[in-house]
Design a protein around this ligand. Structure first.
Ligand SMILES: [Zn+2]
Length: 106
């Protein structure tokens, strides 16, 4: 992630990812808050990957086991696999923007 205030680049940790689920973060350098902006490309990539991986896993589970419980378990595992991907998208894909307008230093 890149801070929009001071341009410092730092990695998004799991702790920050889960604590700031709405996408607002503190810069580790200047301590100011910023948010990860929503974009249609982020949504499109996320939905596409969820459909591809989730659909394939569900299809394979039902096809080879004929068990709905295994299919549901497969979906849960897929969601767990997708969390690192979503964190990666937050860290590398989504643009950051200041949470509040820049104020002049007093
Ligand atoms: Zn900063």
């Amino acid at each position: 992630m890149k801070c929009p205030h001071c341009n410092h680049t730092f990695a998004l940790t799991w702790k920050e990812y889960f604590l700031e689920i709405l996408g607002c973060h503190n810069c580790v350098a200047c301590k100011r808050r910023f948010k990860l902006s929503f974009s249609w490309s982020y949504l499109a990539i996320t939905v596409l990957i969820v459909l591809m991986i989730g659909g394939l896993a569900t299809f394979l589970a039902v096809r080879f086991t004929h068990s709905r419980m295994i299919a549901i378990g497969g979906l849960v595992i897929v969601l767990v696999v997708l969390l690192p991907l979503d964190r990666w998208l937050d860290d590398h894909w989504r643009k950051s923007a200041p949470l509040e307008p820049d104020k002049p230093e007093s």
